[in-house]
Each structure stands twice: as structure tokens, then as C-alpha cells.
Design a protein around this ligand. Structure first.
Ligand SMILES: Cc1ncc(COP(=O)(O)O)c(C=O)c1O
Length: 370
């Protein structure tokens, strides 16, 4: 029906809407079938009066914290009218997000293309292809954004663009986001409201969600963001320059970026901690020794930052709890971070950091190398 005498453009398309309705229902059903991820207690000496927890995001169906983001980005695209039947979905990703997005694309019967640096681990490429995705490699990592935009425009597809939309697509007020899940799972602990939550930043979406949720629910908890070598987040945060770039990729997959990504929200970050790559990998291996759980490098970065804050609380006589994330499983890094040959090839010596971790475990003292 058109309104006589006025410019009236009716684009309603019942068949298209029906497909979107079914697609949203399928994505919601996947969430309904999925159990929430565990909050693991890390073994610290009880007499310290400080408890440390790891939110184990490796137990998601696609093995990382990015399962949540991928679900949010697909719902955001579907409900914004940008994804419909037959749309080719494209993403720029260092791997984890693309693995999760390939899973949702296949669930919706949509072609998926992941644009990624040629250096991405073979394990991650295999997982994207296992979920039916196609990998498109670029030699120079900073090119992934424009190449993904170009590919999407070329095929009339949709660029999910995690780096721009991560902070927007996730409901930071609740809806079982990662922060709400953490605080609910802490409710029966001896220190239910953590002093610190410690996370890394890739898109910045996870830290944005947690920082906003903490303020929205008026918790006194502070947010610390850890950053690996060569990343622009810490220097950008320190100088206040959002255009800060390093032009160099991080060696810790999933976190640290050559530029300050649009989804990074520095105004809700209470503290940033730089973590050397050798320390990240030493902490990742320390976690496997202490708990039997193999995780990825970004979990090591988180743990190093969390230990430093626990030691600081201990020195200050502050009791309470600290929460961090186990972002993905170690099986993805068998040929890199868990390979002594690869680590040596990177010129990394993990021994000094491993000594720091042993001393911390035994005494609570924090004496980082160098
Ligand atoms: C393994 C891993 N850890 C941490 C992160 C950081 O998460 P975010 O992008 O929400 O900042 C990512 C992001 O890609 C990741 O893949």
C-alpha cells in the first residue's frame, strides 16, 4: 500500500523478513543449547586471603571467548537488515573470531570468508575450513581491514568488522554477557565482588563490555587491561593518542594490535599493564603445570597481569578476589607457543620469567625480570 501524494518507498519484503526470523531463531536456539562457561578457581595459598579465578572461555562450542562476539555480530547484522538469505559474510580476523563466525555462517547456510595475515597458525586455518569457511590471506597484516571491505563490496556481501562493532554489538547491560556471567558465578565465593578483573584487548570488545557492566551495576571492581609487546593500546592509553600506531603485529595471537582499534574504550580502563612476550608464554606454561590446563598465549598475558596485582594486594595487606580469562585452548598453539624450537626461533628465553613465577608461587613476592 502506498500513501497517495507523498514520496513513499515501501521496501518491506515478507520473504526476506521470514528468512531473518528463522535465522535469529536458529542463533538463539544455539545459545539456549549451550551451557555457560565455567569459572575456575586457581590454586593460591589460602592463607594469603586472596582468591584468583579464571573464566574458562575455551569451553565454548568454537573453543574461545570469540564465540560470544561472533553470536552478537551475527545478531547485530541480522537485526540491522545487513544479513539475509545468501549474503556472503566477510571478516578481518587473526583467527579466533573467524573460527566462531564460520560456525554461525554454516549454521545459517551462508558463505563465509576470513581475511587474515598469512602468518596465522595452521591450526586456526584448519578450524575455519572445518567449519566451512574460506581463508583469504594478506601478506601485510594491516591490510586485513581494507581487503575485507573490498571483498565484501566486490561480492555484495557483508563485512562484519569486529574491530569496529565489537563494542556496539555486545549488550553491556546484561543478556548473559561475559561480565554478568562472571559476577553471577562469583556470588557464593568468600570475596564475591572482585578487586580486579584482568583482560587483554584485541578488538577491545571484551574489556569494553566488562568495564561498562561494572559501572552500570555500580561495583567497586577495577578493570586492568594487559598488553603484549609491539601493541598500540598501551602507548595510546598512556599518551591519550587514539591514532597511535606501531605498524607491527603482536606475537601473542588474539591480543595486541598495530593500531588502537575503534572498539577499545580507554575511558573505562582503570589500569594498563605491559607484559613481555616471554612472560606471557612462561605464564601460559606455568598454568599448564599448576592446573593441567593448556591455554593460549593471551591467557598467559592475563595470568601474568593477575599475578602482579595479587602480589600487590598481598604487599598492601588487601584481601579479596581477582578474576581473569582463559581465552582459548592450547591445542591451537602446539606448533608455536608449546614448541621449544619455535620459542627459541623467536629469540625468546622463558627462564627468567619462569623463575619469577616460581618465586611468586612459593613466597607471593613479585620480582619480574629486568
Ligand atoms: C585468544 C584471544 N584472546 C583474547 C582476545 C581479546 O578479546 P577482544 O577482542 O574482546 O579484546 C582475543 C581476540 O581476538 C583472542 O582471540
Amino acid at each position: 500500500m502506498s500513501v497517495p501524494g507523498s514520496t513513499d518507498v515501501d521496501r518491506s519484503d515478507p520473504a526476506r523478513r521470514a528468512w531473518v526470523d528463522r535465522a535469529v531463531a536458529v542463533v538463539e536456539a544455539d545459545a539456549h543449547r549451550s551451557a555457560d562457561t565455567h569459572l575456575l578457581s586457581y590454586p593460591l595459598p589460602p592463607e594469603w586471603g586472596i582468591d584468583l579465578y579464571l573464566k574458562d572461555e575455551s569451553t565454548h562450542p568454537t573453543g574461545s571467548l570469540k564465540h560470544r562476539l561472533a553470536r552478537s555480530l551475527f545478531l547485530y547484522g541480522l537485526c540491522s537488515g545487513q544479513i539475509s538469505e545468501g549474503t556472503t559474510v566477510v571478516e578481518a580476523s587473526s583467527g579466533s573470531t573467524a573460527i566462531s563466525e564460520a560456525y554461525f555462517a554454516r549454521m545459517l547456510g551462508l558463505p563465509f570468508v576470513a581475511v587474515m595475515p598469512a602468518s596465522t597458525s595452521e591450526e586456526k586455518v584448519a578450524l575455519i575450513e572445518f567449519h566451512g569457511g574460506r581463508c583469504h590471506f594478506v601478506a601485510d597484516p594491516p591490510e586485513i581491514y581494507e581487503e575485507a571491505r573490498r571483498l565484501a563490496a566486490e561480492c555484495g556481501g557483508h563485512f562484519l568488522d569486529q574491530f569496529t562493532f565489537a563494542e556496539r554489538a555486545t549488550d553491556w547491560r546484561g543478556n548473559n554477557n561475559i561480565a554478568e556471567s562472571i559476577f553471577e558465578q562469583m556470588a557464593l565465593e568468600r570475596s564475591p565482588v572482585p578487586e580486579w578483573v584482568v583482560v587483554g584487548a584485541g578488538t577491545g570488545g571484551t574489556s569494553a563490555t566488562i568495564g561498562r557492566f561494572i559501572r552500570y551495576r555500580r561495583f567497586p571492581t577495577r578493570l586492568a587491561v594487559v598488553d603484549p609487546e609491539n601493541s598500540a593500546f598501551l602507548p595510546g592509553y598512556t599518551s591519550g593518542d587514539r591514532d597511535c600506531t606501531t605498524g607491527i603485529s603482536s606475537r601473542i595471537e588474539g591480543i595486541g594490535r598495530p593500531r588502537v582499534e575503534p572498539s577499545f574504550v580507554p575511558t573505562i580502563v582503570d589500569r594498563m599493564i605491559g607484559v613481555p612476550d616471554a612472560a606471557s608464554l612462561a605464564a601460559m606454561r606455568h598454568l599448564a603445570e599448576a592446573t593441567g590446563r593448556r591455554a593460549g598465549g593471551s591467557t598467559g598475558t592475563n595470568l601474568w597481569g593477575a599475578f602482579a596485582l595479587v602480589a600487590e594486594m598481598l604487599r598492601a595487606g588487601v584481601q579479596g578476589s581477582v578474576v581473569t580469562l582463559l581465552c582459548d585452548g592450547g591445542e591451537r598453539y602446539a606448533h608455536t607457543y608449546y614448541s621449544d624450537e619455535w620459542v627459541a626461533g623467536q629469540g625468546l628465553d622463558l627462564a627468567p620469567a619462569a623463575a619469577t613465577l616460581r618465586r611468586f608461587t612459593e613466597t607471593g613476592e613479585w620480582a619480574p625480570p629486568g
